[in-house]
Design a protein around this ligand. Structure first.
Ligand SMILES: [Zn+2]
Length: 307
């Protein structure tokens, strides 16, 4: 049987939020089968749980924000991506602030945290959402066109294309495909950092955003070059970060997808619209388990390989 997974023990991290600059403490704890991933604001007088779901996403400007009533948590996508990459189904994420720590700007630090406690197999079947027919969302035309699509596939793969009018980004690979069954999420995707441009950062700071951002947690570019002295971690780090983000955004569905995702200039908003469209089209998918492991997609039995 393909089993659900959680952590063996709890683990903690401290960091600052990318936009708020606020220092927060994070505790990742094991959870019972069928709990799903539940964020918990432990700094409120009465702690409030925010279970992940497509509907819990209430803001997609700059990052994916989830809410329950007035309680919210910003920038959940990088931890969610790490959970998708490692196949973690059940987890409590206790946080004493409003924004997840950005750490190094990728999901590598979350992967390290999750892997260092060990992953526990649970006595319950993993439930997948399997696509039965394509679902697509699209917006704009010409230079403004963007779209995202899910199609039936026995496994999970992503293909992403970006189109930035910037000489540094343009000179790198603009399109990447990644198949989870290769087991190479940790090596090939997790280290890709978020990125920004100095002129946007200045404008954002003036508006009280990106206060925690800097060269140690993002790729920062001026009009001509990357300002980080060590350069890029992958030749195509920009589009790989878009794959990392898409994996996190899609994992907010609450269950792993069996589908092929493809996207052109998508982002957090469009990824969430795609999930809502999927849920609205109830004949486009079904929930499946794999009692017979031989029927499971290749590569899904083992958690992702380590470095
Ligand atoms: Zn990101």
């Amino acid at each position: 049987m393909l089993q659900q997974r959680t952590l063996k023990t709890l683990t903690k991290a401290v960091g600052v939020g990318l936009h708020s600059g606020q220092r927060v403490e994070l505790t990742l704890r094991p959870a019972q089968p069928d709990t799903g991933i539940v964020f918990r604001r432990v700094d409120l007088a009465q702690p409030i749980d925010i279970p992940v779901s497509a509907e819990a996403v209430t803001d997609t400007r700059l990052a994916s924000t989830i809410s329950n009533g007035d309680a919210k948590i910003h920038t959940v996508e990088h931890l969610m991506s790490a959970c998708a990459g490692l196949g973690i189904d059940n987890l409590y994420v206790d946080i004493n602030g409003e924004e997840m720590p950005i750490l190094d700007g990728s999901s590598a630090s979350f992967v390290f945290l999750l892997q260092s406690t060990g992953i526990e197999l649970q006595k319950a079947p993993r439930r997948f959402v399997r696509l039965l027919r394509p679902v697509e969302v699209r917006e704009g035309e010409g230079d403004k066109l963007k779209w995202a699509r899910l199609e039936p596939y026995h496994g999970f793969k992503l293909s992403f294309e970006i189109d930035f009018a910037h000489r540094v980004v343009d000179s790198t690979g603009q399109r990447v495909e990644f198949d989870l069954s290769t087991g190479s999420y940790v090596r090939d995707i997790a280290r890709a950092r978020t990125f920004g441009f100095t002129k946007d950062v200045e404008m954002m700071r003036a508006n009280g955003l990106s206060l925690g951002g800097g060269l140690d947690n993002a790729i920062v570019m001026d009009d001509y070059r990357v300002l980080n002295t060590d350069g890029l971690r992958y030749d195509d780090e920009f589009v790989k970060h878009k794959i990392l983000d898409a994996m996190g955004d899609l994992y907010l569905l609450g269950k792993p997808l069996l589908a092929a995702y493809s996207a052109f200039r998508s982002g957090h908003a469009m990824n969430n619209r795609l999930l809502r469209e999927l849920l609205a089209q109830q004949d486009a998918w079904e929930v499946v388990t794999f009692v017979d492991e031989k029927k499971a997609p290749a590569g899904f039995l083992q958690p992702a390989r380590a470095w």
